[in-house]
Structure formats: structure tokens, C-alpha cells
Design a protein around this ligand. Structure first.
Ligand SMILES: *[C@@H]1O[C@H](CO)[C@@H](O)[C@H](O)[C@H]1NC(C)=O
Ligand SMILES: *[C@@H]1O[C@H](CO)[C@@H](O)[C@H](O)[C@H]1NC(C)=O
Ligand SMILES: *[C@@H]1O[C@H](CO)[C@@H](O)[C@H](O)[C@H]1NC(C)=O
Ligand SMILES: *[C@@H]1O[C@H](CO)[C@@H](O)[C@H](O)[C@H]1NC(C)=O
Ligand SMILES: *[C@@H]1O[C@H](CO)[C@@H](O)[C@H](O)[C@H]1NC(C)=O
Ligand SMILES: *[C@@H]1O[C@H](CO)[C@@H](O)[C@H](O)[C@H]1NC(C)=O
Ligand SMILES: *[C@@H]1O[C@H](CO)[C@@H](O)[C@H](O)[C@H]1NC(C)=O
Ligand SMILES: *[C@@H]1O[C@H](CO)[C@@H](O)[C@H](O)[C@H]1NC(C)=O
Ligand SMILES: CC(=O)N[C@H]1CO[C@H](CO)[C@@H](O)[C@@H]1O
Length: 460
């Protein structure tokens, strides 16, 4: 496990606050912005016994602290304890800080704890096979500025088992909730928190800009469907770093809406850096691009990835009807083991929002660059399956050594309707990707998000 556990000073002393209650001693943390005002969840009547429903307490706290948005912002400290809650909204210039022994538990009690929200305009429908609405995520927010969800590795536990059963047994009318969905927000940080047992996706920033996701641990049972780790969706300028994700679906799934809905909204995901991520995903990809990519995906930089027992390394998924593009994709330094397929591109990923897609909307897949990759125990090196009417072009793969495992197939490279080049790749690639000396490019310039320096803040 290449997940770095860095030291942090946690002062274990307990001091008395002016109100007489025992506050945990202040903890230092890093954030895009520190806050002038501080409150503790218990100030609002919350009870951390794992049984009392605290939705009202969270809502009251956020409403109360939202009054400080224009006055230095506020942070809400979630102390040690088990805080059962339904879905609640966040606010602007706001930090939710989870103490290391704080666990926010998703309510399983009844559907009223999970109000319905409208489908996203770029998806048209609720997804999840549902034609109805979708349940709001446990932590939800829309049209905000400057939101931080962080902690000393406290936990957000969706207690998803009942949702998974109901989904499998087709008992749900509306789509399952996510753990976190933040819409249309500028400046978002999610860091040093563990997400577990999500009913569906874990972390979903959508229509956001300037996003930092760091030091997040995501643990989902690998046999549960659609428990994607992090889904940057129609977002600009994002970095995802130092995360450990074990999931029943893609560890990171980059999206931008689907078919006619995504084309109409036209919001790409671009300027995305993914660094130092470890992924376990036996049924899906380390990084998936698509299949919802109709608003476009451009300028994605993936480096220093570790993959253990994954169905694929990087997967591009698209279909006739999607339109949009996946272009200027760069990956380097991937170390993998137990890989069913290392490189996978699928032009015929036939799932549609509904029948209203335009059969003439062809996706463009171009300028895809993979280099410095080592893999052990590989079954298939690559399946690169472009579209007859829209070949995937400008594929470059260099300095790649794939060591085959016991179940290796005879056909290691199956390429159709694709073109590009390779250099120093074993096993020998397909004829569609002839040898050409030189390394594939990786951008040397920084993304704007790399200029964001985190400040040192305190929970005091
Ligand atoms: C955070 O907690 C998770 C789950 O308990 C653990 O697997 C992970 O190693 C922890 N991360 C850090 C940085 O302590
Ligand atoms: C996350 O925690 C580590 C220490 O475990 C610290 O070095 C890092 O700055 C923190 N990052 C953020 C964004 O909070
Ligand atoms: C909430 O806001 C009001 C008005 O600023 C303040 O008087 C009150 O103490 C705050 N805290 C709680 C716990 O209600
Ligand atoms: C949460 O935000 C959504 C979207 O802005 C809104 O429809 C809903 O009423 C809010 N819920 C609460 C409890 O404020
Ligand atoms: C966010 O604001 C836009 C523009 O005012 C609005 O159309 C949209 O419904 C809002 N989103 C939510 C979830 O409230
Ligand atoms: C090879 O990878 C498969 C998963 O693709 C895994 O189940 C198996 O244990 C691995 N074998 C070895 C020797 O690592
Ligand atoms: C080739 O890839 C390996 C493994 O990532 C790396 O150690 C090595 O430096 C690369 N070679 C060149 C010439 O870039
Ligand atoms: C290779 O890919 C093509 C197109 O996806 C598929 O029809 C064919 O069955 C594959 N061949 C093998 C041997 O898997
Ligand atoms: C133009 C071209 O090369 N088309 C090929 C696309 O892939 C199919 C197989 O999936 C081939 O039959 C076509 O010849």
C-alpha cells in the first residue's frame, strides 16, 4: 500500500470551554480557507449515541452558521461520537470538520430522511435504472462558494446495506443517494475523511470549479454495484491526490453528462490532475473516462497510480449518441498487479439515458497518452475498440512492461478502428499502433489548481 500516512499533531489533552463543556483540544488542519467562527455540533442539541436522529441538529447548525458567510465564515466541529442523520445541506464559506473518532451515520430509518432532488440537467434522468427522482446525498450542497469537508480522518458511513438489498430486489422507486454531492460550487475541498458503505457513489462534485480532494479513504464492499469512489462530473480545475479507494465500481469515474442532455448542457470536465492514488476494483477501472462524457473530457493528467486486482487500468467508455469528446489524456507511472485488462477503450458502451439520443452524435476520442507503466499478473494487455464511423486516434503508448499472469489470453492486443503509435511496449502491440521511437508526452506546465496553497487552520 503506497498510501502515505503522514504525521499530524493531535493533542490528546482535553480542556474546558467557557460554556463548561469538555471540548477536545484544538487540532491543526490544512484548508483552502480558515474560519473566523467555530461551533460544535452538540451546541445544537445533537446526541452522538448512534441512535438519536440528528438531522435537525445538523440543519440548525448549518442555518445558524450560514449567517457568518460574509463575516469570515464558520466551522462546525463534529466531535467524537456516532452521529446518526438524514440528508442535510451545507452552506458557503463553511467547514465541516470531523474529529478522528467522529462517525456520521446515514439514517436507515425511513425515506423521509432522504428527500428527493431533481435529476441533473446533464443527465436528464435519475440514473441508477430509475425513471423517478433521486434521493439527496447525505451531505448535499448547491450554488455555494468555498466549502470544506475535512477532518482527522473521521468517518462518513452511509450504512448502505439496506439500500443495496432494496436495489437488488428492485424495491426502490427513486435512485439511491450518494454520500456527498456538491453542485455548482466554486472552491471545494474534501480531505482527510473516510467514506464507507455508500448507498451508491461516494463523492460527486458536479458543475464545480477549483476542487481539491486529498487524503480521502473510500471503502465500499467490492461486490456492491455502482459504488464509484470519486466522480468529477462537468468540473474544471481539480486535483485528486493521496487517496486510497477500494470499490465495487470505478475508483475514479470522470464524467460530463450523457447523450442529448449532456450535449445540451455542454459542461466539460477539464484540467483534472489525479496523483498518488491506490485503487482496488475487481469489477471496474482505476480511472474511467465516461461513459457519460457528452459535455467533453479534456486535459486529464494521471500519475503515480497503484492498482491492485482491478478489471482495468484506464478505461475510456463511450457510444454512438454520446457526442462530446475525450481528448488530451495523459498518464504516467502506473504500477499494477492482478489486472484483467490494462488498457481498455470501448466505443460500444451501449447504455443510454432514454431513446432520445441522436444517432449521428459521434464521440471524438483523440490524443490519449500512456507511459511508464509496469504491470504484473495481466490477463489481457489491451482491448482498444473504436467506432467504425469515428476512429479513436492519436493513441500513444510508451515504455510499458506488462507481465502476463496464469490466466493470460492468447490475443493480448485486440485493436479495432483505432490508430496511433507505441514505443518499447511488451507484449508486442497490435499493427494499428506501430513502433515509433520516443516517449509519449506528459504536460510539463502546472494546472491552475496547483497554485492553490492550503492554509494552516485550527479547530479552536
Ligand atoms: C483512515 O481510516 C481508514 C479506515 O479506518 C484507514 O484505513 C486509513 O488508513 C486511515 N488513514 C489515515 C491517513 O490514517
Ligand atoms: C491530511 O492529513 C495529513 C496528515 O495525516 C496532512 O499532512 C495533510 O496536510 C492533510 N491534508 C488536508 C488537505 O487536510
Ligand atoms: C445561533 O445564532 C444566534 C444568532 O446569532 C445566536 O444567538 C445563537 O447563540 C447561535 N447558536 C445556537 C446554538 O443557536
Ligand atoms: C437543500 O438544498 C436543496 C437545493 O438547493 C433545496 O431544494 C432543499 O430545500 C434544501 N433543504 C433544506 C433542508 O434546506
Ligand atoms: C442553482 O442555481 C441555478 C441558477 O439560479 C438554478 O437553476 C438551480 O436550480 C440551482 N440548483 C439547485 C440544486 O438548487
Ligand atoms: C492474479 O490476479 C488475479 C486477479 O486478476 C488474482 O485473483 C490472483 O490472486 C493473482 N495472482 C497472483 C499470483 O497474484
Ligand atoms: C520506464 O518506466 C519505468 C517504470 O515506470 C521507469 O522506472 C523508467 O524510468 C522509465 N524509463 C524512461 C526512459 O522513462
Ligand atoms: C476483438 O475485438 C472485436 C471488436 O470488439 C471483437 O468482435 C472480437 O471478438 C475480439 N476478439 C477476441 C479474440 O476477443
Ligand atoms: C474502417 C475500419 O477499419 N473499420 C473496421 C472497424 O472495426 C470493425 C470490427 O469491429 C471492422 O469490421 C471494420 O473493418
Amino acid at each position: 500500500m503506497v498510501f502515505h500516512i503522514l504525521g499530524v499533531v493531535i493533542i490528546l489533552l482535553v480542556s474546558a470551554s467557557p460554556s463548561g463543556r469538555a471540548d477536545p483540544a484544538p487540532v491543526q488542519y490544512s484548508a483552502i480557507n480558515c474560519r473566523k467562527h467555530t461551533a460544535v455540533l452538540t451546541d445544537f442539541g445533537a446526541v452522538g449515541d448512534g441512535k438519536t436522529l440528528n438531522t435537525k441538529a445538523f440543519e440548525t447548525a448549518v442555518a445558524n452558521l450560514s449567517q457568518f458567510a460574509a463575516d469570515g465564515g464558520a466551522q462546525l466541529i463534529v466531535p467524537a461520537g456516532k452521529w446518526l442523520t438524514g440528508s442535510f445541506n451545507l452552506t458557503s464559506h463553511f467547514t465541516l470538520f470531523l474529529h478522528k473518532d467522529a462517525v456520521i451515520l446515514g439514517s436507515q430509518v425511513n425515506m423521509e430522511d432522504w428527500p428527493l432532488v431533481a435529476p441533473l440537467p446533464s443527465f436528464g434522468t435519475a440514473a441508477d435504472g430509475s425513471t423517478g427522482a433521486r434521493h439527496a446525498s447525505l451531505l448535499f450542497g448547491a450554488n455555494l462558494t468555498d466549502v470544506v469537508i475535512t477532518g482527522n480522518n473521521g468517518t462518513i458511513d452511509g450504512q448502505g446495506a439496506k439500500w443495496w438489498d432494496d436495489f437488488k430486489n428492485k424495491k426502490l422507486k427513486d435512485a439511491r443517494p450518494f454520500l456527498v454531492e456538491i453542485q455548482s460550487t466554486d472552491q471545494l475541498q474534501i480531505s482527510n475523511v473516510t467514506f464507507t458503505n455508500s448507498p451508491m457513489w461516494n463523492v460527486h462534485p458536479v458543475y464545480c470549479s477549483n476542487v481539491v480532494i486529498q487524503g480521502v479513504t473510500i471503502l465500499a464492499p467490492v461486490e456492491v454495484p455502482n459504488t464509484d469512489g470519486i466522480n468529477p462530473d462537468s468540473c474544471t480545475n481539480i486535483r485528486i491526490e493521496d487517496c486510497y479507494i477500494a470499490s465495487g465500481d470505478d475508483c475514479i469515474a470522470v464524467k460530463s453528462g450523457i447523450d442529448q442532455y449532456g450535449i445540451k448542457v455542454g459542461k466539460p470536465t477539464k484540467q483534472l490532475a489525479i496523483r498518488r492514488v491506490t485503487c482496488v476494483s475487481p469489477d471496474s477501472a482505476v480511472v474511467a473516462l465516461g461513459s457519460e462524457m457528452s459535455g467533453g473530457i479534456q486535459d486529464v493528467r494521471i500519475e503515480d497510480v497503484t492498482a491492485i486486482n482491478c478489471q482495468s487500468g484506464i478505461r475510456i467508455k463511450t457510444a454512438v449518441g454520446r457526442g462530446g469528446y475525450v481528448k488530451d489524456i495523459f498518464a504516467r507511472r502506473m504500477t499494477m498487479s492482478g489486472m484483467e485488462k490494462v488498457f481498455w477503450m470501448s466505443g460500444a458502451y451501449k447504455s443510454h439515458a432514454d431513446g432520445g439520443f441522436d444517432p449521428n452524435a459521434l464521440p471524438v476520442v483523440h490524443n490519449i497518452n500512456y507511459r511508464d507503466v509496469v504491470a504484473q499478473n495481466v490477463t489481457v494487455s489491451a482491448i482498444l475498440d473504436g467506432l467504425e464511423k469515428a476512429h479513436f486516434t492519436g493513441i500513444c503508448i510508451s515504455n510499458v512492461t506488462l507481465n502476463l499472469g496464469p490466466a493470460a489470453r492468447e490475443l493480448q492486443w485486440n485493436c479495432t478502428n483505432v490508430s496511433g503509435t507505441t514505443s518499447r511496449v511488451t507484449p508486442k502491440p497490435c499493427d494499428e499502433l506501430p513502433e515509433k521511437a520516443g516517449d509519449c508526452p506528459f504536460p510539463e506546465d502546472k494546472l491552475p489548481i496547483d497554485d492553490v496553497v492550503l492554509k494552516s487552520c485550527s479547530t479552536a
